[in-house]
Structure formats: structure tokens, C-alpha cells
Design a protein around this ligand. Structure first.
Ligand code: URA
Length: 246
């Protein structure tokens, strides 16, 4: 059972700032289980109490998880003065504290997890965890077999250490479409790895991260909530607390 103050409940769900929602409460606009509650500090059960604002139900979401197929041209940030952000695309979000788990470049497409579960994000991004990320790339030049072998051994991208061995699979006979799996997440890593073997990425799309695979039904710019099973498998993969998200 998770009980929180009524003003926090409403503010968490984006009905306004704490000051604004306190005014709604005091004016008698909020009911809990059909009873008008005028006390902002009223302890509300986020799972069982039925809260309404002006008669409209307001259900509570403690933690949200969205899978976004990030389109090109959008930045992986929570807010930006000039650019459209990935958070701007999640129009049905309830929580205000959502953030993208890691970054995809502005010109990269594909799987981006958006949540407010900080512990899960931390585990998925931790360099020590070596969570696998798979990308589909289109390259300027065909990938020579010896360059694929170098990527699979580790290449020098200007960091103190070589990259960890990647897994490379050709997706077309010319060798210009290549799937690559890496277990790290350095800045521009995939592009820098192909640069290191004298090639250039002209299109990049992430198709999986750990146990989470991009839903093929999502077009660029589309998103959906994760299923309970996807959430459990991700938490298992990352070794985070699997208790309830309320
Ligand atoms: N590697 C890159 O170079 N760019 C991305 O967006 C993700 C991985």
C-alpha cells in the first residue's frame, strides 16, 4: 500500500504545481472515493483510492516506461530551447520526471527507453554492466571482411582502451548494410568504430538494448508503453529491484 499526500498525487499527475493543486483542493474540486476532500495533506492510496478532479478520474502512475522509435531530427534530452526533444513526442505521459535512458544522436533512429525509474536507468547505462545494444547501419563503403574482423576484435577510437569486441553481421551481399552489437555506450561509439576502420555510417538505427527489442510495429516517432513482461525482463537483465512500481 503506497499512500501519499493528495496535493503530491495531483501534482505528480501533472494537474498543476503544488500551489495550484492546493487551490483546487481547497475549492472542493477534488473527490476521493466520491467524498470532497479539502485537505492537501490527505493521505491518498495510489493503488486503491479513486481520485477525481472536477468529476474526471485521475489515475496514478508511480513509474512509467515507454518504448519510443526515435525519429531523426529530435534530440535525446528532456528539454531544449531550440530543438524538439524525445519527451515532446510522448504526448500521453502522466509523469513530469521522465527522461531518456541514454542518448541517441540527433540523426540516429530507433529504440529509446523513456522512464522515471532512475535505478533501472543507472543499471542499464552502467559501464560495468555491459548491457548489449544492437544497431542496424548503412555504410558509405562495403565492409571488407578484414574490417569486420577488426571490429570483432576491438578498435582504437581514441580512448585509452580499445573498444570491447563487437558482433558484426552483414545484412546485404554488398556489405553496406551491417548489424552490429556492442557492450559499451561511448559517445558516438558506433560511428567512431566504423571511422576507425576507414568507413562511414550514413544511417544508424538501434533495434535492441538488453532484453528490450524495438517493436517493429512502431514507425519513427511512434511509441507505446512497455508490457509488464518487458519491464520484468529488463529489470532482471539489469539486476534492479523487481518490486511494484507504485
Ligand atoms: N553510436 C553512435 O555513433 N550514435 C548513436 O546515436 C548511438 C550509438
Amino acid at each position: 500500500m503506497a499512500k501519499i499526500r493528495l496535493d503530491k498525487y495531483l501534482a505528480d499527475m501533472g494537474l498543476g504545481t503544488r500551489t495550484e493543486v492546493k487551490k483546487f483542493i481547497k475549492k472542493g474540486q477534488i473527490t476521493v472515493n466520491d467524498v470532497i476532500i479539502r485537505a492537501p495533506e490527505y493521505k491518498t492510496d495510489t493503488q486503491t483510492d479513486r481520485v477525481c478532479a472536477d468529476g474526471q478520474p485521475v489515475s496514478y502512475a508511480g513509474v512509467e516506461y515507454y518504448m519510443l522509435n526515435k525519429p531523426q531530427g529530435v534530440v535525446s534530452a528532456t528539454e531544449d530551447k531550440r530543438e524538439k526533444t524525445v519527451l515532446d513526442l510522448i504526448v500521453s505521459k502522466k509523469r513530469k520526471d521522465l527522461f531518456p535512458v541514454g542518448r541517441l544522436d540527433k540523426d540516429t533512429e530507433g529504440l529509446l527507453l523513456i522512464t522515471n525509474n532512475g535505478e533501472l536507468a543507472h543499471q542499464l547505462l552502467s559501464p560495468k554492466k555491459h548491457v548489449d545494444k544492437t544497431y542496424v547501419t548503412k555504410l558509405l563503403h562495403p565492409l571488407a571482411p578484414e574490417d569486420a574482423a577488426r571490429l570483432e576484435e576491438g578498435v582504437d577510437i581514441g580512448e585509452p582502451e580499445l573498444t570491447l569486441p563487437a558482433k558484426v553481421k552483414l545484412l546485404n551481399t554488398e556489405g553496406t548494410e551491417v548489424q552490429i552489437t556492442i557492450w559499451e555506450g561511448k559517445f558516438h561509439q558506433v560511428k567512431r568504430m566504423f571511422w576507425a576502420v576507414g568507413n562511414q555510417v550514413v544511417f544508424l538505427k538501434r533495434i535492441s538494448m538488453g532484453s528490450l527489442a524495438l517493436d517493429k510495429g512502431l514507425k519513427p516517432g511512434e511509441y507505446r508503453l512497455l508490457t509488464q513482461e518487458e519491464i520484468m525482463r529488463l529489470k532482471e537483465h539489469a539486476g534492479t529491484d523487481k518490486s511494484s512500481d507504485f
